[in-house]
Design a protein around this ligand. Sequence first.
Ligand SMILES: [Zn+2]
Length: 286
Amino acid sequence: MGAKDNSVERSLMRRQSARMPFPQKTTARKKTLALRKLLRPLVGDSHRRASVDIHQYLRNSILANTLPANTILSQVEVAECLKVSRTPVREAFRMLQEEGLISAEPNYRCRVLGFDPEELELLYASRIMNEGISAAITVEGMSDAHIEKLSAIFNDMRRDEEQQDLDQWILDHRAFHQMLFSGANPKLQQRMYVDCQRSERYVYNSIQSGLVDIFRRAAVEHRDILQACKKRQATLVASLLTRHLSRAGIDILKALAPQWDPTTLRTAAGFMLSGATHLDDRQDHK
Ligand SMILES: [Zn+2]
């Protein structure tokens, strides 16, 4: 699991995803717009096109707001618009549902989901706990090769930032976080992998809302995490990761849902931080 799968996934995504620039603020579109005005046929050998391509195209359209919240997508219509068969569309819908981007409706239809502060808070609270504990386990057993790969991904992220290539940054960022939990229980890894991807729509939301500070800070936080990994400081990595994730979640909520009180998220972060401090104290007294 982990490193090898990640690289396969990354190269697949690199090949198949069209480069997506940092999204611009979009004006509200009328929800009544016909789907065919929003979706274009996919170029190439359409009928053989794999579900992963359709998924990538729909995913980008949702994240960039070309397909706004509450748009109804029917399998038949999407297949017609993209000039593909229904089977890969069904599979693409399943993947989008797993990422929390659409919800199932009757008659083979789905609805594009909008920003949901409750979902965001619970997502980040569970990431903090699962990924914090998993990082503590992973970092202790990290090989030099692991560290080299993590450094390489970190450098890739910096290059993506310089080139303003958000699409690639998202993939590299996902790979960076996955490396931090690659030593955890495989079933838990699968859950964290899904949560990681689910968070990505909020990253797009925050950019669309002009929250660029989060990215500047994230670059520093990723660097600190990498440094602590190099020194195999497992509990420090868990603390830094907790702060990184909770700050991101709280800042996005503050900007997009200022009335929302993220008690669960704050409590999860507080427990993780005090737990890491307690473990450090115990190690000091050994
Ligand atoms: Zn991050």
